[in-house]
Structure formats: structure tokens, C-alpha cells
Design a protein around this ligand. Structure first.
Ligand code: PRP
Length: 212
């Protein structure tokens, strides 16, 4: 028998949307919708196994081969540069990476800029490309608080609708990267299970095409 194809999905709202795409592509696993605590689901007939993973951990599972394929945001791919193949833009979970600050903030280029973010590497490479010296403050969430409380001058964060910024009287200074969910594959898995993975990629591509 063929071995199970292991698929890491990001837990949460985006993951549910992504699972619906896999289902529409012909890879259903109905139990997944009935049980909200279990983490692993199998469809033995199709030879697939899904598991729910914290979104930022999907790349770890795929890079190390615990998952053959998975779905990760481009933000996570840019931040961690995992050694995986990026196979397809799923065109969901669209948002962008931006610099934001208090409304009316004016940059003083003569001094070091303090930047609060969850995305340390993305922020560093963005400001390096501008030749701007920065001081990074790594936070794990509620990044929007930092400029309000004077912890940082600006933040680098994901903006989707812009509501969080608006509600906290912050504004976008610069958008610099477009983000969406990507199908990724472990490099060795892609070599050995290439045909099955390619078939799945093609079916997902059709689902994206018909939803346009
Ligand atoms: C992200 C981001 C913003 C918010 C932006 O947080 O950090 O806080 O979404 O969305 P909006 O533009 O639609 O308001 P997320 O919900 O991922 O959780 P986090 O606070 O753990 O980062």
C-alpha cells in the first residue's frame, strides 16, 4: 500500500478555509469538521493524513519531513526562510506587511529608529535595504501597543483590513510585502512522492481557478 501523504494545515480560521479548498479539490476527510480537539485526521482510502499545527510551526514540520506538504503564510516563509519548496499561491489569507506608526508620526532620520515586531528578520532586512539603522524590540503579540506606550517609534506587522490600526489611532507608513497562503513541500518528499503531490497541486490550482 502507498504510504500516507502527511499534510500540515494551519490551525484557525485560515486553516478552515484551506481545508475547504482541499476538500473541493477531492481530498476530503469529513471527520475533521466534527471534532475540534483532535489534531490528526486520516482518510485511508485516499491515503492522506491531515494534522492541525500552529500556523508558524507548519514550516518546521514540513522542513523536517514530519509533514510532506503544508500550508504556510508568506509572512512565515519570509521570516524563517525554511528549506522547502513553495509550490502554489493559494490566494487566500491575503494581507500585507507594513510599517505603521501613530497618526501624524514624523521620522527623524538622524537617530536610530526603534521598531517593535513579531517579524524580526523581515523588519531587519527591510530596513537594511533602506540603509536605515534600527533597534529591534521583539514582541509576541498586541504589537500595536508599542508606539502608543512609547516602547517603539514604529511597528512592522501584518495589516489585513486595517481595523486594528484604526481602532488604536495608528496608520500605515509603508506597505512593503504582499502576503497570502502558500502550499509548501518537503524537498525529499517532493522527490519521492512527486507525482501525488503534483496531482494535488493541479487539483488545488483548478479550485482556485473556478473560485475566481
Ligand atoms: C494580526 C496583526 C494585527 C491584525 C491585523 O494579528 O498582528 O494585529 O491581525 O488585522 P486587521 O488589519 O484586519 O485589523 P493576529 O490576529 O494574527 O494575532 P496576533 O495579535 O497574535 O498577532
Amino acid at each position: 500500500m502507498e504510504r500516507m501523504l502527511n499534510i500540515a494545515l494551519p490551525k484557525g480560521r485560515l486553516g478552515e478555509r484551506v481545508y475547504a479548498m482541499f476538500e473541493a479539490a477531492g481530498y476530503p476527510c469529513p471527520e475533521i469538521k466534527e471534532n475540534n480537539r483532535r489534531l490528526i485526521f486520516e482518510n485511508r482510502e485516499l491515503g492522506i493524513r491531515y494534522f492541525w499545527v500552529k500556523p508558524s510551526d507548519v514550516v518546521i514540520y514540513v522542513e523536517r519531513g514530519a509533514a510532506d506538504i503544508g500550508v504556510a503564510g508568506r509572512d512565515i516563509l519570509l521570516e524563517y526562510s525554511p528549506d522547502v519548496y513553495e509550490l502554489l499561491d493559494l490566494e487566500v489569507g491575503k494581507c500585507h506587511m507594513a510599517v505603521a506608526a501613530k497618526c501624524g508620526y514624523e521620522d527623524d532620520r538622524s537617530r536610530t529608529l526603534t521598531v517593535a515586531t513579531k517579524f524580526t528578520n523581515i523588519a531587519k532586512s527591510y530596513y537594511a535595504s533602506l540603509g536605515r539603522e534600527i533597534d529591534i524590540i521583539h514582541l509576541n503579540g498586541s504589537i500595536e501597543l508599542a508606539p502608543i506606550l512609547g516602547l517603539s517609534d514604529v511597528i512592522v506587522d501584518i495589516v489585513e483590513t486595517g481595523t486594528t490600526l484604526k481602532e488604536n489611532k495608528l496608520e500605515v507608513v509603508e506597505r512593503f510585502a504582499e502576503i497570502s497562503a502558500r502550499l509548501i513541500a518537503n524537498k525529499a518528499s517532493f522527490k519521492f512522492l512527486g507525482e501525488r503531490i503534483d496531482l494535488l497541486r493541479g487539483k488545488l490550482r483548478d479550485v482556485i481557478g473556478t473560485s475566481k
